[in-house]
Design a protein around this ligand. Structure first.
Ligand code: ARG
Length: 390
């Protein structure tokens, strides 16, 4: 019998996928990754088996996600279209990697996912899979089946006695992991609608945030966040902690009209408190310790890096090569940034680093000025020379 390994989330789509694949004559092995969404493994297992899976692998990939995907992306300063820290996009190649691994272990020739036919995630999964093993055959039930809307899917699930929570139509599509939450569909599809409070699952609305600011000190070593308020934390806990703290202060909400890989403009709202706090602090430290040429070039790298992640090219040679550049420049990015969080704002309060390039003696307008003003005139003559008509 043919065997397929399915990326399983436990939701309605992937539960229907199990049944649909079985109807097509497959034995279905599920794979579920924990990237930091709250879900219970026993519940996942129960649902997968009840839906007709033979077997399910469940893996806690939070550490690998944080150190192998989030951290490189943070150091690279990757943000898509200025507002999206790429939480969903970063998770896909990691899930794809294990999907391929489980397929090898199970000697399955097929892999499947529950992504829709007009989104980015199908591109990310399949591109990653093709790079890792071009011989695996990929099935995308949602591009093929006749279950064209949620209502039809719910009927199908009921008819086949699949274990779905037949909730009142959930108004949004949500994807959550440690690096953030992506929320789309429902009333957000109308651009005249401001996101309603109930759409957010992590962050407090500004109206409900504390009336006093909260201070935080983040210490980085070679670009890696190491300590929070002087306490050494592994990166998983540090991100979780910052998500809590930031969420309480209403930090990290964005609302983006984004360009999907498949050419569609769509609207999505995001929550990423820890991500924005760390990104802001690291940028600030970089401004202090990196020279201007490196900073300029890094901006270009950040844009490209974000684009590669968004477009499903995590496993490309270019991404790996850019990591080489980033690792090199981050060698001197060590120091501490103190932030003040207040009403959704991240305010810089203090910057300290042994590698600081800031020289007060040069910058000062006070008495102890070390800058030689005599050099300025000649410098400007030469600087302006190419643009000066004689
Ligand atoms: N637009 C984001 C991306 O392409 C998130 C996609 C998934 N969003 C969701 N709400 N399920 O990375």
């Amino acid at each position: 019998m043919k065997k397929v390994v399915l990326a399983y989330s436990g939701g309605l789509d992937t539960s229907c996928c199990i049944n649909w694949l079985r109807d097509k004559g497959f034995r279905v092995v599920c794979f579920s990754a924990n990237l930091g969404s709250e879900y219970s493994p026993s519940e996942l297992r129960r649902r997968a088996l009840r839906s007709g899976a033979d077997k399910i692998y469940i893996k806690d990939l939070r550490r690998e996600f944080v150190y192998g995907y989030i951290l490189p992306s943070l150091k690279a300063g990757a943000i898509y279209q200025r507002k999206y820290l790429l939480s969903t996009a970063l998770g896909r190649p990691l899930i794809a990697k294990y999907l391929v691994e489980v397929a090898h272990k199970e000697k399955a020739q097929f892999v499947a996912h529950g992504c829709s036919g007009k989104g980015n995630d199908q591109v990310r999964f399949e591109t990653s899979i093709k790079i890792l093993n071009p011989r695996l055959k990929i099935i995308a039930p949602l591009r093929e089946w006749e279950l064209t809307c949620r209502e039809v899917e719910i009927d199908y699930a009921k008819k086949n006695r699949l274990p779905i929570k037949v909730s009142k139509d959930k108004p949004y599509s949500i994807d959550k992991n440690l690096w953030g939450v992506s929320i789309e569909a429902g009333i957000l599809e109308d651009l005249g609608n401001e996101p309603q409070e109930e759409a957010f699952i992590l962050t407090k609305s500004l109206e409900k945030t504390p009336s006093k600011p909260q201070y935080l000190e983040i210490e980085f070593e070679k670009g890696r966040p190491l300590r929070l308020n002087r306490k050494k934390l592994d990166l998983v806990s540090l991100i979780q902690k910052l998500n809590q703290i930031g969420a309480r202060q209403g930090i990290g909400r964005t609302d983006l009209i984004e360009d999907r890989i498949v050419g569609i403009k769509s609207r999505e709202i995001y929550e990423a408190p820890a991500g924005w706090i760390l990104y802001t602090a690291l940028r600030e430290l970089e401004n202090l310790v990196l020279d201007r040429e490196v900073l300029y070039f890094k901006e270009l790298v950040s844009l490209t890096y974000a684009q590669l992640i968004y477009q499903g090219l995590w496993f490309s040679s270019l991404r790996k090569a850019l990591d080489g550049f980033i690792e090199k420049i981050e060698e001197r990015v060590t120091g501490k940034i103190t932030l003040k969080l207040f009403k959704g704002n991240i305010i810089i309060s203090k910057r300290e680093s042994k590698n600081s390039l800031y020289k007060k003696g040069l910058a000062t307008y006070g008495e102890k000025d070390l800058f030689n003003k005599d050099w300025a005139e000649g410098f400007i003559n030469i600087w302006a020379l190419p643009f000066t008509e004689r």
